[in-house]
Design a protein around this ligand. Structure first.
Ligand SMILES: [Zn+2]
Length: 149
């Protein structure tokens, strides 16, 4: 369950005193390691081509920035979704959920669910844009073959 994992990983950083963004980057690196090693690639590299000498992964030499940002963005999105769902479930409210009873507020529960839905739509729009990039990004073509006499 990625949302539960992202919520836990980011919450552990943000809820610690004097939190350090480097811990968030370490969580992103740990997530990137889960991509594993791609078929036929050197250990730790999830993507790349041996013929091109170009690799992306988590190795002793570091973590590719593309994978860092990939995993960091997923962790933050998972955290956001999990936080909004948690606040909805708890009926989090500054006005009505107070000690000693901490009664959940049904109105803010609905509002947090509305926020979660709006966040989902923002992610869906991002997915749509990524799909457009996949379809419309022009790729360089291999050089034309030399005609045989
Ligand atoms: Zn309320």
């Amino acid at each position: 369950m990625p949302i539960a994992q992202g919520l836990q990983a980011v919450d552990a950083v943000l809820s610690s005193p004097n939190w350090d963004i480097n811990r968030l980057l370490m969580a992103a690196r740990d997530r990137a390691q889960l991509l594993g090693t791609g078929s036929g690639l050197p250990s730790g590299y999830a993507f790349g081509l041996n013929n091109c000498g170009t690799y992306y992964g988590v190795t002793n030499r570091g973590t590719s920035q593309e994978l860092y940002l990939w995993c960091l963005s997923l962790l933050l999105a998972e955290y956001t979704a999990g936080l909004l769902a948690r606040k909805a479930a708890e009926g989090h409210c500054q006005q009505h959920r107070k000690a000693p009873d901490f009664n959940p507020c049904p109105d803010m529960a609905k509002e947090h669910m509305r926020m979660l839905g709006a966040f989902k739509e923002a992610l869906r729009a991002l997915i749509d844009e990524i799909e457009q990039l996949e379809q419309q990004t022009p790729l360089p073509q291999p050089p034309a073959a030399v005609p045989t006499p």
